[in-house]
Structures are given as C-alpha cells and as structure tokens.
Design a protein around this ligand. Structure first.
Ligand code: HAM
Length: 421
C-alpha cells in the first residue's frame, strides 16, 4: 500500500480553497486590490519568511505573536528564519532595504498574502490565514489615518460584511503620554492583582496594556475600573485624534470610541482601530490596524510615521453576503459528436480562447448527452455542436443554452457571432 492510500490531510489549522468558493475568493481579492489601487496603493510582494529579528524587533518581544505563535526555524545555514505572522514589519523592512523612503512620500503599498501563526485553531482562527492590507508610509498627516480607515470600511461594506469600526488612540511611547499612563495602569493592576484571573497576573509586569485584551470574565470585570489611556495622552496626540475623528465624520464613516481597545502588536502609536462583524462568534475582528510611527526606527531606519490595516480575508468570507454568481469564466462549451470531431473540438476551443472567449470541451470521450450535461454544469451560455454533417459543411450548430434556440454558423464566423451577442 502506498502512503497516499493511508490518506494525507492538510495540517491542522490550514485549509484548501476549492471551487466553487475559490471563484468568490479570487473575485473578492481582485475587488480589494482594485479598490486599493484606486486609492493610489501599489501592490507589493515580500517573502513568506524573514529573518526572525524583523518580527522580534518590529512586532515586539513581549507580544503573544512573538513569544507563542511564530513558526521559527533554523535553515541549513544556521540562520533563524520565521514564516511571517503579519505583513507590516516585512513591508517596512522592504521599504528600508530598497531606500523607498528616500523617494516621494508617502509610499503607499497594498498586499494580499498568506500569514502564519501557531494559534489554537477554531472557527475563524487558522494557522495559515490570508490577509489583505494597505500601508501609507512616511506621513503623519491625520488625513492618511482617515483615508486608510475609509478604504477598509468601504471594502468590507462592498463585500456585504456590515462592519463596525472601533476606534481609539493609544498615544506615543513617552513619559508625557503612554509611558506615564502605563505607570498609572501598573499601579492600578498591582492594587487589584488578587482580583485578576490567575493567567493574567503575569502580564501586569510584562505587558500591562494587554490586560485589556483578556477574555477572562474576572479580569474584564477589573478592567472596567482601570484608568483609561484617553485620559492620559499628550496634547499633540489628543489633537491628532480629534482631527482624525473630524475627518471621519466628514467622510460619513461611523465609528464607536473604544477606550479599552489595545492592539496585540507592540508597534502601534496614536490611532488604533478594529473592524468587527456580527455573526462570527468570538473571532469577530475582520480587520485591524493603526499608526506605527516608530516601527521604522525599531528596524534601524529613520523616523518614518505610517499607518495601515490588515483584513482577515478568511473571516470576511464567512461574514459577507453570500454571492449567487457562478464561475462565469466559460462562455462556450464545444460538444464533439463522433471521434472525427474530437480534434476539431480542441482546435475550435483554442481558436475561441485565442479570440478572448472562454471555451471548454469534453476531455473524457463522453456521449453527446453526457457532454450536454457537462455544458450545463460549466455555466457556459452557448453550446457549439460539431457533428459529421457540420464538419462536412465547415459549420457548427450554435445552441443558446438559456433559450434553447439554435442556428448553423460557419466555423470561421463563430468567434464573432458569440462575441457580438
Ligand atoms: P492583526 O490584528 O494581528 O493585525 O491581524 C489583522 C486581522 O487578521 C485580524 O483582525 C483578523 O481578522 C486576521 N487574523 C489574525 N490572526 C488570524 C488567524 N490566526 N486566523 C485568521 N485570521 C486572523 C496585523 O496583522 C497588523 N499587521 C495590521 C496592520 C497593518 N497594522 C498596521 N498595518
């Protein structure tokens, strides 16, 4: 018995994208990239793995992503590499490596890529998942914040997700701002450490802000009384946030202020946000993002304020309005009757495809009835029937599969006849 016969399965937390869903998948990715391009965001591709330090320094040593979720391995040359758990640090690494920040700013980039995190799989949470993202790099203009958020909301709305936008500002890492707040938060947490869920007590020292992320009811209860960052951020950050909110109002983008929204990655500064969708259960964040004004410097680059988001495409597919569109890529199905017609069917299909018409044919030697069934299944509008009689006359029977009407058309006029209708 071969190994294959015992049955392979995709690794835990991964999945295959099969037709018909893969048609929707492709259409929705294309919609996103077109919409991002229409906002001036150019596509970028970066490697699926990076040097591990890119994430350690970029995403942050104390984050769950870095401490618990990375697929890190040593290659044969003894280098530590990591499958990318997210796209922002790699994009900044790439911008800095190629000196794009020395050209016209902002650098506006978009991506549609697989990401990898070793999380406990559940509905909407995978180990290999797909993100759509944009990054506006090199500007601290609040209009960039509003632009990015509006684009994310518009894409989600167009897919039928009905997103809600949660918005916060977490200031910047300075004593006058977030660091001052952190001290007050730690004091509060230390006073209440006995009331926190045991699994959250360690965070008080390592990553106090993340205590707001806890799903433990006991901790959530305590955090209701915790000091809020919005009361502590410095004047410049407060002003920035006010302008962003004004611009969002101006663009009719609705949001809820969420002063307890802290993001799971350490690079965030100032504006942070999440898009949530109904009906997804506990994994209801269909996207998230924010400013990361210090990330470039963490990676050894110059100051380069930036903002972006990533959307969880797998979750969008679950939350969106179901589409009733079929594949729609095949316009014509060529039916060959008799062996002599078989090579002609391939020739005709190829000629149609070369003329830009989607065409398919039977490759299994099916009966005419079987081929007509397959034609229906293919979603084609037309069947082109090639029998002995048609072949002798250098013609084909063109049947409209919707109306059932049919006519004889010379072979060399078929492409025009089909594209004209
Ligand atoms: P993130 O919040 O870690 O942010 O991920 C963004 C989105 O990716 C989440 O809201 C969720 O929809 C999806 N996601 C995350 N983990 C998983 C998973 N295990 N399975 C399925 N979906 C998942 C970032 O990744 C930042 N890089 C976003 C960003 C871009 N910030 C600035 N620019």
């Amino acid at each position: 018995m071969t190994e294959r016969a015992e049955g392979f399965r995709a690794p835990r937390g991964t999945y295959d994208v099969l037709p018909p869903l893969s048609w929707d998948w492709q259409a929705l990715v294309r919609l996103a990239l077109d919409l991002f391009a229409a906002g001036g965001y150019a596509p970028v591709e970066t490697p699926a793995f990076e040097h591990t330090e890119v994430f350690e320094r970029g995403v942050g040593q104390a984050t769950e992503v870095v401490t618990k979720q990375m697929y890190t391995f040593e290659d044969r040359g003894g280098r530590s590499l990591t499958l990318r758990p997210e796209g922002t640090a790699p994009v900044i690494r790439s911008v800095l490596e190629h000196g794009l920040e020395r050209g016209p700013l902002p650098v506006k980039l978009s991506y549609a890529s697989w990401m990898f995190r070793q999380e406990r799989p559940q509905k909407g949470r995978y180990r290999q998942f797909f993100q759509l993202g944009i990054e506006a790099i090199g500007t601290d203009d609040p209009r960039a914040d509003a632009e990015v958020i509006e684009i994310g909301m518009r894409y989600l709305t167009e897919t039928g997700v009905e997103p809600r936008l949660l918005l916060n500002s977490i200031g910047h890492p300075d004593e006058s701002c977030r660091l001052g707040y952190n001290r007050s938060l730690v004091e509060f947490l230390e006073r209440n450490v006995g009331r926190l869920a045991p699994e959250d007590r360690e965070r008080v020292q390592t990553n106090p802000l993340r205590t707001f992320d806890s799903k433990e009811p006991k901790t959530i209860e305590v955090m209701r009384e915790a000091p809020l960052i919005s009361d502590y951020i410095c004047d410049a950050c407060r002003k920035h946030f006010e302008i962003v909110r004004g611009l969002l109002d101006d663009l009719d983008v609705r949001y809820s202020l969420e002063p307890r929204l802290v993001r799971g990655l350490d690079y965030y500064t100032r504006t942070t946000f999440e898009f949530v969708a109904a009906g997804l259960g506990s994994q209801d964040a269909v996207g998230g993002g924010g400013r990361y004004d210090g990330l470039s410097e963490s990676l050894g680059g110059p100051p380069l304020p930036a903002i972006g988001f990533a959307l969880g495409f797998d979750r969008i597919l679950m939350a969106r309005r179901p589409s009733d569109e079929g594949p729609g890529a095949v316009d014509v199905y060529v039916v060959a009757i008799g062996e002599a017609a078989q090579p002609e069917a391939l020739r005709l299909c190829t000629a149609l495809r070369r003329a830009g018409i989607g065409a398919d044919l039977d490759l299994m030697g099916r009966s005419m009835k079987g081929q007509m069934k397959d034609a229906d299944r293919s979603g084609a509008r037309w069947a082109v029937i090639l029998g002995e009689e048609e072949m002798a006359a250098r013609e084909a029977t063109l049947r409209d599969l919707e109306s059932g009407e049919q006519e004889r058309v010379p072979l060399d006029q078929l492409a025009r006849r089909v594209s004209d209708s």
